[in-house]
Design a protein around this ligand. Structure first.
Ligand code: SF4
Length: 764
């Protein structure tokens, strides 16, 4: 063993698993959802542990779901449980009884593990010990915690510049861990802080900051219940934020309407059978969507412009469609927007959107009288070259209707990972904030690094080119999550040291630098003890509410450390015991971390006192205050139409998640809502396109993208006839991430173009 270093597989094997097709589902959740959730939880955790733990998830005095960032109700929580099918699956993954310990690594080389699918790797279980993969070796071996910290400190101090280190953060980390991590990184001397939001909602942050003065959404859960109209654009809440369906159901029950805009008709937006409402079992549930506009991939701007043009015509003839008082008093650039709308040919816009004009008229008729409008969106809008403008166009519509800063109206970017928003708020940003930098200097007495750092794309390029040599990841599964998988893998393999602070084994652990470390950490659901006292952490949900999360389970191993403990130890090993920041004292007492956050970051005064009950952070857009923007006004913007010059044999592909998946975590091989059982290597294609290519159901094909003369291939996918616009394709992430070129991303936010990749289809 370990005579020579062999190659690892950087992508999941192109192995078929035995597909079965069923009818796509016409409703979400219901009794099947409950059953599937319980099956997953009981299989991984055992029945008693599963039921007891699920009852604590998303409850006051309980722990926050490790899945998405959807908020919990402010007041009463359901006694039946505050979680969805996918929340139960997320918990089952984390609280599994399976273990990946020293013996596991002695038995399996990284090469062998790399031939397993991502699903199989994920199902191996919880990491139990700190492990090291030495240079030239093929097996991880045990390392003592202190030795691991000293190694990291030594390697970091060997660098010619702190900017040769990259510090990644995933959205799982608590506010306390993220704050301490950012503080250490900036004390070390860099702002190279790529994080997972660079790959998802960065376009939202950029667009909202420029137009409304805050890079977050403006609504609360309660607003969704009160809205006249909720527009759900480029989002699949049935799979990715399932409890959002309860909020939409409340909206409908209160007389609200829902307009859905998406290239795929997702089950969750058709009908919702609320598992907590007995009546839904008998009545068949609530039809959520009133109007479904099946837009072509990346033609949302064309569609929104055509909607606004029609509404503007109505406003000009009858008035009272736009909120002219709001426009006059609170906004800038209205005339420019209207002029732009009038410069377009309405019929051409409609043709480009791919939507039937009668259906657009239905949406227009719902929107015309509405005063309280919320627009919700996710990656379907952000991961395009014009991702920032997609969101700005949504803001345009809301501003025209005066629907920002009012009850029941506003912006709602729905975040994917449970604390991705909180991590950014407390300091995980590659462009340092001047005010909090000054506060760091005042509170701690050192000057933090001020030079702009690298985002995710920039970090990958720097590692690939040998300009960065150490990669530290606080959570996440970086290689499959990022774009251009082979390039990203090579970037990590070029490093001297790669470090993963993780709960579970994943593919990134196999793609190592010369030396690689795995530092196992506590999961959200686990008790965090220090000297006999239980500690809690805090997180921020998608609607800007900060609240406590306290694990309840015995940790998977007595050798685990909490994330703040790990970060503090790395900091001390790197910066020395005499550094001005009391690293170990803060790791011991998270209350001290929160106290410092309160002194440095605005909105956190009284943090310790209010953490248990939770509190909303200040939100100027929610208050209708745009004073920080040019002229003190919210900004209308003129957005260009996307321009895809496709050749005859080319398609636009969007990467999507299956129903049995959360980001890179694969819970299972089914996608029940889309009628796929036991297979992930599928491409959803319009039957007319299949005819054109003489393809039959389940034929095997390869996908090829070509950017800047470089061909990228993803092989062996079953063709599935599906209700998707002609010329468009959909296939699962991360299998198709190999097709997304590293150097093609959204203008202004550098979010990869994962939802509009130009590809060709070839027979396999
Ligand atoms: S909606 Fe999101 S946060 Fe809520 S239980 Fe489901 S996965 Fe967890």
């Amino acid at each position: 063993m370990d005579k020579e270093e062999k190659k690892v597989q950087v992508v999941a094997p192109e192995k078929l698993t035995g597909i079965k097709l069923t009818q796509p589902t016409t409703y979400a959740a219901g009794i099947t959802g409950v059953k599937v959730a319980m099956d997953h939880a009981i299989k991984e955790m055992g029945a008693v542990r599963a039921f007891q733990t699920l009852m604590k998830m998303n409850q006051k005095n309980g722990f926050d779901c490790p899945g998405c960032a959807w908020p919990d109700p402010d007041d009463k929580r359901s006694v039946l449980g505050e979680y969805c099918e996918n929340g139960a699956k997320a918990l089952a993954e984390e609280a599994t009884l399976k273990k990946v310990g020293i013996d596991f690594f002695a038995q399996h080389s990284i090469q062998e593990i790399s031939t397993w699918s991502d699903y199989e790797i994920g199902k191996s279980g919880r990491l139990t010990h700190p492990m090291i993969l030495k240079e030239g070796k093929n097996h991880y071996e045990k390392i003592e915690w202190q030795d691991a910290f000293e190694l990291i400190g030594k390697e970091l101090n060997k660098l010619d510049s702190p900017n040769e280190a990259i510090f990644y953060t995933s959205g799982r980390s608590s506010n306390e861990a993220a704050f301490l991590y950012a503080l250490f990184i900036r004390a070390f001397g860099t702002n190279n802080m790529p994080d997972c939001s660079n790959m998802c909602h960065e376009s939202s942050g950029v667009a909202l900051s420029q137009t409304l003065g805050i890079g977050k959404g403006s609504v609360t859960l309660d607003d969704l219940h009160k809205a006249d109209v909720v527009m759900v654009i480029g989002q699949n809440p049935g799979t990715n934020h399932p409890r959002m369906l309860s909020a939409l159901q409340n909206c409908k029950n209160n007389g609200g309407k829902i307009i859905t805009i998406n290239p795929l008709a997702e089950a969750g937006l058709k009908k919702f059978k609320n598992p907590q409402k007995v009546v839904d079992y008998f009545t068949g549930g609530t039809t959520l969507t009133d109007v479904f506009l099946q837009v072509k991939i990346n033609q949302d701007v064309a569609l929104l412009k055509s909607i606004m043009m029609k509404l503007n015509q109505m406003d000009e003839s009858d008035g009272d469609i736009w909120d002219h008082d709001f426009i006059k008093n609170k906004t800038a650039n209205y005339q420019e927007l209207i002029q732009d709308l009038k410069s377009h040919d309405l019929q051409e816009l409609i043709r480009q959107s791919g939507v039937d004009e009668n259906e657009i008229n239905d949406a227009v008729n719902i929107l015309a009288p509405a005063k309280k409008i919320i627009i919700c969106w996710a990656m379907g809008l952000t991961q395009h070259k014009n991702g920032v403008e997609n969101i700005k166009e949504c803001v345009n519509l809301l501003l025209l209707k005066g629907s920002v800063g009012i009850d029941g109206g506003g912006t709602c970017p729905v975040r994917g990972h449970s604390n991705v928003q909180g991590d950014r708020t407390v300091g995980i940003v590659h462009h340092p904030n001047k005010e909090s930098s000054k506060n760091i200097e005042r509170v701690f007495g050192f000057k933090p690094a001020m030079e702009n750092g690298l985002d995710t794309v920039g970090s990958i390029q720097a590692m690939y080119e040998g300009k960065a040599k150490i990669f530290v990841a606080l959570g996440g599964n970086f290689v499959p999550a990022a774009s251009d998988t082979y390039y990203t893998a090579q970037a990590l393999q070029n490093c001297d040291l790669t470090v993963s602070i993780s709960t579970k084994l994943n593919r990134t652990h196999l793609i190592r630098g010369k030396v690689s470390l795995i530092l196992p950490t506590l999961g959200r659901s686990e008790k965090d003890h220090f000297e006999g006292k239980e500690r809690f952490v805090t997180v921020e949900n998608s609607m800007g509410k900060v609240h406590a999360s306290q694990g309840k389970l015995k940790p998977a191993s007595k050798h685990l450390m909490s994330e703040p403990d790990i970060v503090a130890n790395i900091a001390e090993a790197t910066l020395g015991k005499k550094h001005v920041v009391p690293w170990m004292a803060m790791a011991k007492d998270y209350g001290l971390i929160r106290e410092k956050i309160g002194e440095i970051i605005s909105g956190f005064k009284g943090y310790n006192k209010n953490a248990k009950d939770g509190f909303y952070l200040p939100n100027n857009a929610r208050e209708g205050d745009f004073s920080k923007l040019p002229g003190g006004k919210a900004q209308f913007t003129v957005c260009k139409l996307p321009n895809h010059q496709l050749k005859e044999n080319e398609f636009i592909l969007m990467t999507i998640r299956s129903h049995d998946q959360f980001n890179t975590t694969i819970y299972g091989l089914h996608d029940r809502y889309r009628g796929i059982q036991n297979e992930r290597r599928v491409i959803f294609m319009n039957p007319k396109d299949m005819d054109k290519l003489s393809l039959k159901k389940l034929d095997l094909v390869d996908l090829i993208s070509e950017y800047d003369g470089i061909e990228r291939k993803a092989n062996k996918f079953h063709i599935i006839p599906y209700e998707i616009p002609e010329g468009n394709l959909a296939s699962y992430f991360p299998e198709t991430n190999v097709l997304v070129p590293i150097n093609h991303f959204a203008d202004g936010s550098r979010t990869p173009i994962s939802k509009s990749v130009v590809v060709r289809v070839a027979g396999h």
